[in-house]
Design a protein around this ligand. Sequence first.
Ligand SMILES: Cc1ncc(COP(=O)(O)O)c(C=O)c1O
Length: 409
Amino acid sequence: MYEFSKAFESPRESPIRALFKHLGQPGMISLAGGYPDPALYDVAGLQEAADRAGRDSRACLDYGATDGTPRMKAAVVRLMAERGCETSPPHVIVTTGSQQAFDLVARVFLNPGDRVLVEQPTYPANIQTLRACQARIGSVRTDKDGLDVDALEETLARARADGALPKLIYTIPTFSNPSGATMTLERRLRLLELAVRHRCLIVEDDPYGGLRFSGEPVPSLLSLTSRVAGSSAWVVHLASLSKIVAPGLRVAWAVAPAEIIHRCQVAKQAADLGSSPWTQGIAAEYLASGRLAAHLRRICAVYADKCRALAAGLRSSLGDAIRFDEPAGGMFIWARLSGGLSADDLLAQAIPRNVMFVPGAGFQVEHPDASTLRLSFATPSLEDLAEASRRLGEALHATQSNRPPSSRP
Ligand SMILES: Cc1ncc(COP(=O)(O)O)c(C=O)c1O
């Protein structure tokens, strides 16, 4: 009936949101969302921060600057310095979640038909952003060490020869959603070199970097720009308080060359005039309180236990039928079913048994692998993770016995 824009003529739902309708099923244990455990929110610390922020009612109830309140921008600059990245307010824009930050960057760079590369697999809401920009989306494979830079190098060389270089490469190099993988230092340095050689913007999405529970930290691409000549012009870094403090604040930011930030600011005027000064005030006070470090130690310890519990449960209940690498941080286990089983078929048996996860196909823009799935260990309790694994084991047996004999391995 309506003449919608091309990008929204037949919009595709996020594969995660599409599962929301089952969440209300009594007794459901969801391994589907990428949500922090609400029991871990530092409610007392945030309440104190809100009380302090509220004392300056003008600052928190008025419209704020489009690029973020000066106090929040200063807090971001300090936090980024603690993460090994020297930056300054003109290089920072505060956004309504890092989802908005990616949307702004995509809008200021992409015309319909422009090419972009994403990781295979990648975060689906940002695939939606790229589709809304009518970009042509290609993908590069990843493994347990993140983006396969050899494959990227080949893809870029071919694209260069065809006069079809991508304008932008989107990566989640640390504890990726969905793969949980972290790109090695060597690959990061090579990625920066490739960005300089091909004049291609790298968007580094880093909402999970603070959630390391084992192994040694790997520096962000942004912090490594000091080691690769010319690369600081080609990196946009996105970060967020959603996974490390609370997603309800909707406070996140981008760090980028000032020319890019300026254009994102103009795009943000059109999007929402500015993010809420009230939640920025709470966030800035919270960061100034110095509670974040202890909070992170606490939540990482809990997520470590949860990750181990889910990994152990999956191994004991599904055995050889499932394969995965245990992540060193973040919220996700990315797994592959063996023996030709499909994650959709397993999900169809899992939902009536009150457990759910996200099939992996929605995280892949090309040649989706139907055997893949994403399981989040962040929200359920340890007991629920064990029970979820047991139910998945039952669902697996039902899936295997439902298959026609000819398709069994
Ligand atoms: C990789 C990735 N980027 C961005 C986001 C959006 O986060 P925010 O709440 O900051 O908008 C998410 C949320 O799940 C995510 O997993």
